[in-house]
Design a protein around this ligand. Structure first.
Ligand code: 6PG
Length: 281
């Protein structure tokens, strides 16, 4: 069942109370199809408007609860989140308590951090270098290790240690994009990583059409333990997977990996009119 909030209205985190209930579901399957899909769809006329609203939502989440509680966020790669990053680093820079924020990456291309293909580099250029984030709060995938598997294992250890120390099941917020083929993070259609049920982070080989073959990615078991998921999707090329996911998520999962993602508390889609094929209300 989809709960749709269309347009840029201000909303409350009104189902936060269900968090404790959802956490118990961790003992069940982690793929994400847990009966009810509590997703919210927000449609905006343009990528600019979508980015404004997403930045407002992220700022709202980062300023929620006690300001000292560490807030664990995973960023995505791709180009859609660039404007969101810039807004967080300008309009919202001074209101966000950056000291509490820890940044991780939902996926990374296995290239040096200086590479133009690096997701870390994109986030550094659009966000990190312009905000007062303590150095120790930046947790990139270490792509300089001997193999992608070594990088994935090291990242999993780092995240596990973090979660154990904080006594939490997962991250607070995972920001994701979606490819034209319905992939999200580096969960590509038809790849073995989609069947991973134990590892939290995996090394994988993306299909030949993807920009960089070797990648490290959060798996469903980690993504679906996050409290909040925020998907950003813009442009007509996203229409096919998005329509399929919104129409029948279980059916869509056969083809589009993004359909398997569900946050413990919220799953929100910030999309533009071109992606959804209809006007914002
Ligand atoms: C990556 C990503 C990937 C991305 C989508 C959407 O490293 O490639 O994290 O999952 O989010 O491909 O990318 P765009 O925002 O460029 O459409």
């Amino acid at each position: 069942m989809h709960r749709r909030l269309v347009g840029g209205s201000k909303w409350r985190d009104d189902i936060a109370l269900s968090a404790s209930i959802s956490i118990h579901k961790l003992s069940g399957p982690l793929l994400g199809i847990r009966g009810q899909y509590r997703s919210m769809l927000h449609v905006f006329p343009t990528l600019d408007a979508l980015s404004e609203a997403a930045a407002q939502r992220v700022a709202e989440l980062l300023t929620s609860e006690e300001p000292d509680r560490p807030y664990l966020v995973a960023l995505s790669g791709g180009s859609t989140p660039k404007q969101l990053h810039t807004l967080l680093a300008t309009t919202y820079r001074d209101e966000i308590p950056w000291k509490r924020v820890h940044l991780f990456w939902g996926d990374e291309r296995w290239v040096p951090h200086q590479s133009p293909d690096s997701n870390y580099r994109m986030a550094d250029e659009t966000l990190i270098r312009d905000i007062p984030l303590p150095f120790g709060n930046i947790h990139p995938v270490q792509t300089g290790l001997s193999t992608p598997l070594a990088s994935a294992e090291a990242y999993e250890r780092e995240i596990n240690t973090f979660l154990r120390e904080l006594d939490r099941p997962g991250l607070d917020l995972v920001i994701l994009g979606m490819g034209d083929d319905g992939h999200t993070a580096s969960l590509f259609p038809g790849t073995p990583v989609l069947h991973e049920r134990h590892r939290l982070v995996a090394a994988m080989e993306a299909p030949p059409y993807a920009k960089v073959k070797d990648r490290v990615t959060f798996t469903y078991p980690l993504i679906n333990r996050s409290r909040h998921i925020l998907f950003l999707a813009a442009g007509e090329k996203k229409r096919e997977p998005l329509t399929a996911i919104l129409n029948d998520r279980e059916e869509a999962l056969k083809q589009y990996p993004a359909a398997g993602v569900e946050g413990l508390v919220t799953t929100e889609w910030f999309v533009d009119e071109a992606a959804v094929g209809r006007k914002a209300a």
